[in-house]
Design a protein around this ligand. Structure first.
Ligand code: PMP
Length: 420
């Protein structure tokens, strides 16, 4: 089919424009690879009022610091006047960039503010991925990253994972095998802390090895870390970015790119997040962001900056709630889930990952769960290359104790039926 068949070859008509089904043929090849998120379609059936859903991944709204946000808007408006509502620099609000840069002891010039880390992923895809480039992703990985990268037409290779996240020995074998075939992956995308969707965390030894291996093979790393601050048990670990910085000895030679966000620590609706990277990456990010949205909303960045003094206490509040909700979900799973069903025990973040015995299909099981008034996200869409039919993601971040108890009981019953 051709894009827009001309209506006639005669003089330009002032009548209705001849729009028809052939407009579909005008959609670019890159946009044709975009699909409605599989999850959105699946989740339509879960949106009945009496169904307890653990499918969404929303931060707890009752914890949003509403009064402080209102106050921050007022302070920003009085402090900056009309400048709070004016166009501003693409790089972002300097006091905010300076604060972010201070966490890793790098110059503010290496920090780019983005409109949600989702935008950061899209822009990184845009500036880094050429059609056909090989991108290494965890199996499973964050679906939103696959959606961001897909229009830039990469090929994916999955890194094997186990209970400790990316299996770095398997990664070493994978990289050596690819090198033997003359293949060099362009980049590796990883979520080392409380991964979405599994809740798993990469150990310090594995982090070091991953950074060393990727440096050795010349593979860029995108470290996506929206949950790192939300550790509610165990010891904080250095980021891949920090390890890369140590290895490179120079902020502009670090092959690790860091992405994080205020969405999970403060509020997601202000869409404030950032990327830290070496100068050549930042320079291109600025140019790409100019084409995308010129800059992240000025007032929002100023509000976030005003909220920074509140951030440590807010993080404690959020962590305490997620610690309690996560522990309660696990205790109810222990009580109600049949033998043969396994699940991760996250040390932070918002998600855990359930694996059923081989042969159970969680997409097929979902309507039955919904009949039992409980919902989850099937795991399969989180795999770049398919698989994972017997897995599911559960979110505990915005559920009450009663919903968790009732939901796990219903899910346990659903599993028992499925397992006979
Ligand atoms: N990365 C990961 C791993 C996420 O889980 C999310 C949010 N679900 C994002 C990025 C995007 O977050 P935001 O755009 O709100 O910063």
């Amino acid at each position: 089919m051709r894009c827009m068949t001309p209506a006639s070859t005669g003089p330009v008509s002032t009548g209705p424009v001849p729009i028809g089904p052939d407009l579909l043929a005008c959609i670019s090849r890159r946009a044709q690879t975009m699909t409605a998120s599989a999850i959105r379609e699946i989740l339509k059936i879960t949106q009945q009022p009496d169904v307890i859903s653990f499918a969404g991944g929303l931060p707890a709204p009752e914890l949003f610091p509403l009064d402080a946000v209102r106050q921050a808007a007022e302070t920003a408006l009085s402090k900056y006047g009309p400048a709070a509502l004016q166009y501003s620099t693409t790089e972002g609000h300097l006091p905010l960039r300076e604060w972010i840069a201070g966490r890793h002891g790098i110059p503010a010039a290496n920090v780019q503010i983005v409109t949600g880390s989702q935008q950061g992923l899209d822009l990184l895809g845009k500036i880094l991925i050429d059609e056909g480039d090989l991108v290494l992703v965890e199996a499973p990985t964050y679906l939103g990253a696959l959606q961001s990268f897909q229009p830039y037409l990469p090929r994916y290779a999955e890194m094997p994972t186990d209970e400790g996240g990316i299996d770095v020995d398997a990664l070493a074998t994978l990289l050596a095998g690819l090198a033997a075939q003359g293949e060099k992956p362009k980049l590796l995308y990883a979520i080392p802390n409380f991964q979405n969707p599994t809740g798993r965390t990469l150990s310090l030894e594995r982090r070091r090895r991953l950074v060393e291996l990727t440096a050795q093979y010349g593979v860029l790393v995108i470290e996506d870390d929206p949950y790192g601050q939300l550790r509610f048990s165990g010891e904080a670990l250095p980021s891949l970015y920090e390890i890369g910085l140590e290895l490179a000895g120079d902020v502009d030679r670090n092959h690790v790119i860091y992405s994080s966000s205020f969405s999970k620590t403060l509020v997601p609706g202000l869409r404030d997040a950032w990327v830290e990277a070496a100068a050549p990456v930042i320079t291109k990010l600025i140019q790409a962001k100019q084409g995308a949205d010129l800059h992240t909303p000025t007032l929002n960045q100023m509000m976030i900056t005003e909220l920074l003094p509140l951030l440590p206490a807010q993080i404690e509040t959020v962590k305490a709630a997620y610690r309690e909700r996560g522990a309660h979900m696990l205790s109810q799973m222990d009580e109600f889930f049949p033998a043969g069903v396994t699940y991760t025990r996250p040390q932070g973040g918002m998600f855990l990952w359930v694996t059923l015995p081989e042969g159970v299909d969680t997409v097929a099981l979902l309507p039955r769960a919904v009949e039992n008034k409980v919902a989850y996200v099937p795991g399969q869409p989180f795999f770049a290359l398919g698989g994972g039919a017997n897995t599911m993601r559960m979110s505990y971040s915005s559920a009450t104790p009663e919903q968790i108890t009732q939901g796990m009981r219903a899910l346990g019953a659903t599993f028992r039926e499925a397992l006979g």
